[in-house]
Design a protein around this ligand. Sequence first.
Ligand code: FAD
Length: 410
Amino acid sequence: MTTLFNGRPLVEPPVLGGSEHTDYYLINDLLTDDQRSLRKRVRDFMDREVTPIINPYWERAEFPHELVPKLAQLGVAGFQIQGYGCPGMSNLTAGLVVMELARGDLSMSTFTGVHSALAMTSIALLGSEEQKQRFLPAMARLEKIGAFGLTEPFHGTDAVKLEATARRDGDAYVLNGHKRWIGNATFADYVIIWARGDDGHVGGYVVEKGMPGLDAQVITGKTALRCVQNAQISLTDVRVPAENRLAGSHTFRDTEKVLLASRFFVSWEAIGAAIAGYETALAYAKQRHQFGMPLAAFQLVQNRLAQMLADITDMMCMQLRLSQLMDEGKFSMPRVALAKMHYTQRARAILSDARDLLGGNGIVLDYHVARHLCDIEAIDTYEGTDTVQALIVGRDITGYNAFVPVADGH
Ligand SMILES: Cc1cc2nc3c(=O)[nH]c(=O)nc-3n(C[C@H](O)[C@H](O)[C@H](O)COP(=O)(O)OP(=O)(O)OC[C@H]3O[C@@H](n4cnc5c(N)ncnc54)[C@H](O)[C@@H]3O)c2cc1C
């Protein structure tokens, strides 16, 4: 149905959709039937259930709780985790799921990513058998929601220097400190808090909703991922039973194992957002007429669309290989960092260009690009900016650690 304005057709929002031109090098042909059908199921879910309702939530900065039971039915929470009611997907399959969630909405992919790739993966990688049995099944059903509390007000990129403490006291640990930006934390049932123990090493502690001394206040005024409820957390003498300390978390290197897995999925989010920008721009350019012709007929517009498609094709080919390496166990933080750096840079450029191609409508939420353009800024920052990813790759390829400059004495 096309809206008429004085009897003439306007471009109808939403214009997101149409994948036939996006998979230019036929990556879908390399997938299994199961991967193709799951990818389509997630895409259909986002197009049918999320896209039509998400903008008012975004505008009000509210989380759409009504979507959680529907998301649970998709059965994707837990991503690559084996057993405990989790789907046990390959890295590629889980990545495709994240990409489709992100193509629809980056707040929903972030919610699912924080829950699955950060909170659940912390327990799966570092928890004891008893802890996995106790926490994971209800999280896989999305009956219990997880959060991941690493960043602090004074420690973002240098999270390794975190100041929160966990002091052993009888059969419990007593946690004190502050955390910032913690996604889902205002309503999460389990927040994995990373804190420094009596031995000076960082460990993970499952802090449960309602534990006295835990206070999580939502951060307001965000211009990105407005549906995600990011919290400023205060921990004041929170007594956490000793059996809630993740048994396999001994040093910050263990925390990094979780971050590696999770950063891989963040890189998929960037591809999903880029695809949303490209598909919207293409569909819009075909419908919108200026100078008596569709925008898509102009050479300069075609050049921009072709550049976007080249970037997406490049990312998909690169990501397919990275996923194989992940599945073969040949992963490393620099390999994942290269992907996160490259894709978020390209996604930001594509979404900015798509926004421009929609003209004034590009800043109207109904057309969806505006929301993705704002949201991609947070994807760029969380789990490390492109600068930080470049430093990780740079250290690997040169052998020089350029993270910590040496003061010259002035
Ligand atoms: C929407 C959102 C959701 C988040 N969710 C979570 C969550 O669920 N859990 C959690 O624990 N954290 C979360 N974070 C925190 C996120 O991981 C941090 O914001 C991120 O690591 C950057 O830290 P910072 O914001 O303190 O920036 P800073 O570390 O202060 O960095 C500021 C700037 O300095 C640059 N910089 C820093 N160090 C160097 C260096 N050595 N060389 C050159 N440049 C440098 C950075 O690239 C950046 O441009 C979230 C953040 C956002 C915005």
